[in-house]
Design a protein around this ligand. Structure first.
Ligand code: HPA
Length: 293
């Protein structure tokens, strides 16, 4: 179990049957058949608390499954009903900076696919490089810049698993435009239009936050920056899922050397802003889930 294939670079990866084994361990604990997967970002785990008739499965209950090591991240699946839809939430995700390779941190998405998930909703906390964004804004992801992926840390590296998807996949329209449009309409109806932005998420490995020079480079093509989401979104696309991504702006990035009064972000600030907006994000995501076909 969990050691049966290699990715061609000498590292062990989960085989298809390992992934089926994870899915079976989940299926053995619930009769729910989720069609929507939700990954909760830093400070946004309480989204999973809205799920009704739920079963909670700690990752540690699933043999050979990774566990989250980050403060503010739980480490469990919550499976149940949200606004009439059957969902599986990841309350706590995995990151490159924890030491997980991209294929491993994104493996839960393949498990979701085996469980029947067709749409992935992914949330994250991010710093704003775009000067017009404010702390507390909610950015609908229209694209990403996945730096570790471009440098070889793509979750699809290694032998292709044909049962999930093709070797080469397009990511031109990775984040679904109709769901973004729908989210805008819902946010307007809820009176939150003023909080909504639409833009590009840049992903870095972390865990150190970025230097001003790094931020200046990335801000050429991206609006916000974080340390998650892209590997899961790519794997979801590879599995044929529809992907919707949402970033909560938890801090503004510092790019000026003479900005003496502030010293970049800290994790406490990220979690605090998560708390500030968690109710709104919960409501928004719940309404989006309600309207997903
Ligand atoms: N940089 C990287 N990751 C983050 C940030 C940031 O400024 N804020 C929240 N996650």
């Amino acid at each position: 179990m969990a050691t049966t294939s290699t990715n061609g670079l000498g590292r062990s990866i989960y085989s298809y049957s390992d992934l089926q084994g994870f899915a079976k361990q989940i299926q053995d604990r619930t009769s729910h058949k989720p069609t929507i997967g939700i990954i909760c970002g830093s400070g946004l785990g309480s989204l999973a608390d809205k799920v009704e008739d739920s079963i909670v499965i700690p990752y540690s209950d699933i043999q050979h499954f990774p566990v989250s090591t980050v403060k503010g991240h739980h480490s469990q699946f919550v499976i149940g009903i949200l606004k009439g839809k059957t969902v599986i939430c990841m309350k706590g995700r995995f990151h490159l900076y924890e030491g997980y390779p991209a294929w491993k941190l994104a493996a839960p998405v393949r498990v979701m696919s085996l469980l029947g998930v067709q749409t992935l909703v992914v949330t994250n906390a991010a710093g704003a490089m775009n000067k017009s964004y404010k702390v507390g804004d909610i950015m609908l992801m229209k694209d990403h810049l996945y730096l570790p992926g471009m440098a070889g840390n793509n979750p699809l590296v290694g032998p292709n698993m044909e049962k999930f998807g093709e070797r080469f996949i397009s990511t031109t329209r990775l984040y679904d435009s109709s769901l973004r449009k729908m989210a805008r309409v819902i946010a307007k109806e809820m009176g939150y239009s003023h909080l909504i932005q639409e833009g590009v998420y840049a992903m870095v490995c972390g865990p150190s936050y970025e230097t001003p020079a790094e931020l200046k480079l990335l801000s050429v093509s991206s609006d916000v920056i974080g340390m998650s989401t892209c590997p899961e979104a790519i794997v979801a696309k590879h599995c044929g899922m529809t992907v919707f991504g949402l970033s909560l702006v938890t801090n503004k990035c510092v790019t000026d050397y003479d900005e003496t009064e502030v010293d970049g972000p800290n994790h406490g600030e990220v979690l605090e802003t998560g708390k500030l907006r968690e109710d709104i994000i919960q409501e928004l995501v719940a309404e989006i889930v309600a309207k997903i076909d």
